[in-house]
Design a protein around this ligand. Structure first.
Ligand code: NAP
Length: 335
């Protein structure tokens, strides 16, 4: 990468925002300038990036002029208001909230799968839901091999998925205090409720997994159902995937295709206690896949288990990888 670019981060003080800064440094993004934004209460505070201090600013008209890439992670309301402003002022927006994901003008991207979708959509790119990212990544090579027919997801989602308030509640409950955010003591129980429930009994998080999987894989009528559960883990979600295919499945072919796919590490020797666990994924950008086996209740079914760091590959790193691939593509075109 030769040229350098002007960046803005909205929600820079949050769990994902701070991870943006860390990952941008790790990935050596060519940063010419950087502006950081957060809520009123943080204005004037300073954050470090690449050894230099940056002051947090307030969002207002004009702040995105001259910005090449604006990374948003300040929740849906902020994205609804300010992502269109940023794109009108010339920035390419990568948004971590759920606000724009299903908008037909916005690409929804996992860079290993569908980076080229950004060319056929508008200037707001949506980053998918964290559990969806670590699920579609292994499903893509399996879809290519055997053609997906139906998916059942069961998630085991870490408390950092609720942002700082989720992690704080886990620590609070571990100290023996009452939860302030979750409806039950998250240190002692799993909670089968993530986001708001609809009248059909499915939560918004569950429907995000259904709709986003279809959009990323370009399979609008794929049959999918999900159950999402919060578990007493600080970082890295687990997802159990039961997938049914049109063609007969072969476990060894599946394992090989997963090993060869960018961004995936296969860890699958269960008798030696080698399988995906949250602590393996926490702090890095791989999706770990294991417990790969035939579904004995289905003719052409596979069952697998994945773990991924929800704050990194599930949010910040996926967004930074999108930016990196777009920069590389632009530079190839201009070479
Ligand atoms: N955590 C995850 O695993 C994860 C994964 C995928 C997607 N996401 C999405 O990423 C976004 C942020 O999540 P998070 O976990 O980083 O949450 P968080 O730790 O609670 O951080 C929220 C950030 O938003 C800022 N903010 C709040 N209101 C604002 C306003 N009115 N104007 C400007 N900034 C404002 C906060 O600034 P102050 O510090 O000043 O309050 C803070 O920087 C959410 O949309 C979430 O759904 C999170």
């Amino acid at each position: 990468m030769k040229k350098s670019y002007n960046f803005a981060i909205v929600g820079a003080t949050g769990l994902v925002g701070r991870t943006f800064l860390k990952v941008m440094e790790e990935y050596h993004l060519p940063v010419a300038s950087l502006r950081l934004f957060a809520s009123e209460k943080s204005i004037g505070r300073k954050l470090l990036f690449a050894g230099k201090e940056y002051t947090l600013e307030a969002l207002k008209e004009g702040v995105f002029k001259g910005t090449d890439f604006a990374l948003f992670s300040a929740g849906s309301e902020v994205s609804r208001l300010y992502a269109p402003l940023a794109s009108q002022e010339g920035a390419l927006v990568i948004d971590n909230s759920s606000c724009w994901r299903m908008d037909e003008n916005c690409a929804l991207i996992v860079p290993e799968i569908n980076i080229s979708d950004y060319k056929t959509h508008g200037r707001i790119i949506a980053n998918p839901n964290c559990s969806t990212i670590q699920s579609v990544l292994p499903l893509k090579p399996l879809d290519d091999l055997f053609t997906l027919k139906r998916i059942i997801y069961s998630t085991y989602q870490a408390c950092s998925g609720s942002g700082k308030k989720g992690l704080d509640d886990l620590e609070r409950c571990e100290r023996g205090e009452k939860p302030l955010f979750y409806p039950y003591d998250i240190a002692k129980t799993c909670i089968p409720e993530i986001d708001i429930f609809g009248d059909d009994g499915y939560s918004k998080e569950e429907m995000k997994m259904v709709n986003e999987t279809r959009k990323i894989l370009h399979r609008p009528s794929l049959k999918i159902a999900a159950t999402c559960v919060r578990v007493p883990v600080p970082v890295a979600h687990g997802v159990m995937i039961a997938a049914e295919f049109e063609k007969p499945v072969d476990v060894e072919k599946a394992r090989q295709a997963l090993r060869n796919y960018e961004g995936i590490k296969v860890v699958d020797e269960p008798k030696k206690h080698i399988y995906p666990v949250s602590t393996l994924a926490a702090g890095n950008d791989y999706v770990y896949v294991g417990r790969i086996r035939k579904d004995i209740s289905s003719d052409n079914g596979l069952i697998l288990y994945t773990v991924g760091d929800n704050v990194r590959k599930g949010a910040a790193s996926n967004a930074v990888q999108i930016v990196k691939k777009i920069i590389e593509e632009k530079e190839k075109e201009n070479a």
